[in-house]
Design a protein around this ligand. Structure first.
Ligand SMILES: Nc1ncnc2c1ncn2[C@@H]1O[C@H](COP(=O)(O)OP(=O)(O)OP(=O)(O)O)[C@@H](O)[C@H]1O
Length: 511
């Protein structure tokens, strides 16, 4: 028997102006979790897209169970037993779980298209792998974590032997992450093999057997995870030493910049997602909102930025009411927003990076004068942001935003929002999908904003991030403030309890 279930040998892939994969070799043993680690833009997704048949390699070979194969499209990958869980799920929202799983399957050798027996087989797979999910629920009714399980079941239903997970935990809550890790272990026990792309070293330590590290398209090393520290892996990835601590001096906050008084906001289902919510963020202060996803964070941010209407209550910026102002006016007043969904709200993917950097300011000087665009000024401004925030792309700022790697898209948005010199910076999951080096850098820039006297509202599902960055932490549960603490006086346990709905005095919230 072949030693490897999948072997990618000397893979080369070129894009305009850039070699994304430069002779990379990746060997997956049967029954292992093999992590793929690399900085943003290192070439991980490209390599996996080649394995999954979305791109063709310019050079190199792919072997499955020792035999060379040509993976010309994803159907061939499926036939070869290779399945992928993408970062952005590809599910049809008004279809049921079962319908989504059988969707696109051609009737073939013994695989039935009868929905009832399909549901039974799905229920059986769920039990076997510990993937609890209701086969009759509609996708739009289930959580993101559940949707991910549907994607996993979809692969198992197609008899996948090799499963590729592309940053699967980026969209999950801490609890869901623990469940996913248990699921991965079940998959391995049942004989599957896994390639895991993740930036989280803790997760690699927890589930992976081996780790292949790539940097700028090149293979750096493949290591035994148990024998290698997180620090060592991180340093191999970036090519130099890094520190994980944020330097943050004590600072006395200034005047209130953002004041929210008794704000109530409806959610997409028409009920109140935020209720009688009050909050103050002062200049020179980072206030972190801690909470489990879906407890009113989106409604809060959308009400402040003007994307959602307030039913009741007031929002003030520097003492002036903005509750019913247009989005554009709020931006002009100095509200910056790093949005949660970088592809929907953050960037226009078909525009160049340059155009994206001036989306909100192109009509102002120096970018236009007498109605004419000053292309030089736009280019220089964008190039400076790309340089400062290490936004890497094949054709520089002339690259299409959609061609950037996920992490580089994120860095571009952060750069744009901070360089607007905001009065109030709202950062939602600012480091989602970023590598450890970039996280360190972005955290420094956010602290710098605070040191410059700006007000920062941080919304993050990463408790570590909230604890490290914030001066003050406000816990949100069921659309209400459930507790407030100074970051220096609290810890993971206390904030975790508040997030679960247990108030500081030990009481719960009324629902
Ligand atoms: N379709 C494309 N056209 C042009 N360039 C591309 C294309 N896809 C990827 N690239 C470039 O190839 C490089 C590698 O990107 P890739 O998405 O593989 O990185 P990654 O390691 O997955 O990064 P991240 O951690 O940020 O997701 C990037 O510089 C990216 O801009």
């Amino acid at each position: 028997m072949a030693e490897y279930v999948v072997e990618m040998r000397d893979i080369v892939k070129d894009f305009p102006g850039l070699r994304a994969n430069d002779h990379i070799t990746l060997q997956l043993k049967k029954g292992e979790v093999h992590a793929l680690l690399g900085e943003n833009g290192a070439g991980k997704s490209t390599l996996m897209s080649i394995l999954f048949g979305l791109y063709r390699a310019d050079e190199g070979q792919i072997l499955v169970k020792g035999k060379e194969v040509q993976i010309t499209n994803p159907n061939v990958a499926n036939e070869l037993g290779i399945g992928m869980v993408h970062q952005h799920f590809k599910l049809v929202h008004n279809f049921t779980v079962t319908e989504n799983i059988v969707l696109g399957l051609e009737p073939r050798r013994g695989v039935t298209m009868d929905l009832k027996s399909a549901a039974a087989r799905i229920a059986e797979l769920s039990r076997q792998y510990g993937l609890e999910v209701d086969p009759n629920a509609k996708i739009e009714e289930i959580s993101v974590g559940m949707q991910q399980r549907v994607e996993i079941l979809k692969m198992l239903y197609r008899d996948a032997e090799v499963l590729i997970f592309d940053e699967p935990t980026a969209v999950l809550t801490p609890m869901e992450i623990r469940e996913l890790i248990a699921i991965m272990k079940n998959l391995i026990n049942e004989g599957k093999s896994i390639i895991l792309i993740t930036h989280k070293l803790k997760e690699i330590k927890e589930v992976a057997d081996r780790c292949t590290i790539i940097r700028r398209g090149r293979h750096i090393a493949t290591v035994d995870v148990a024998a290698t520290s997180e620090q060592e892996m991180a340093e191999m990835m970036v090519g130099h030493e890094i520190s994980f601590v944020i330097d943050k001096e004590e600072k006395t906050p200034g005047d209130p910049v953002l004041q929210i008084e008794d704000l109530s906001v409806k959610n997409s289902h028409g009920s109140l997602g935020l209720r009688d919510f009050s909050l103050t963020v002062r200049g020179g202060e980072i206030v972190g909102i801690a909470g489990v996803d879906g407890n009113g964070q989106s409604e809060l941010v959308e009400a402040i930025t003007g994307l959602r209407r307030a039913e009741k209550g007031k929002i003030l910026l520097n003492g002036e009411e903005i509750t019913h102002e247009t989005i554009a006016r709020r931006i002009r007043r100095g509200v910056s927003h790093i949005p949660e969904d970088r592809q929907k709200r953050g960037l226009v993917l078909d525009y160049t990076v340059e155009e994206n950097m001036v989306l909100e300011v192109y009509s102002q000087r120096p970018f236009s004068k007498h109605g004419l665009l000053n292309k030089r000024a736009i280019h220089d401004y964008a190039a400076k942001i790309a340089d400062d925030y290490d936004v890497r792309a094949g054709e520089g700022v002339l690259s299409r935003a959609g061609s950037l790697s996920g992490g580089n898209q994120q860095k571009a948005i952060i750069g744009r929002e901070i360089e607007k010199q905001p009065v109030l910076l709202i950062a939602v999951q600012p480091t989602r999908g970023l590598d450890v080096g970039s996280i360190e850098y972005i955290h420094k820039r956010i602290v710098e904003q605070r040191n410059l006297g700006r007000a920062v509202l941080l919304v993050s599902l990463e408790l570590d991030e909230v604890l490290q960055l914030s001066d003050r932490i406000v816990a949100i549960n069921a659309g209400q403030v459930i507790g407030e603490v100074l970051a220096k006086d609290t810890d993971e346990n206390e904030v975790g309890l508040m997030m679960a709905g247990v108030g500081k005095d030990g009481g719960g919230v009324e629902r």
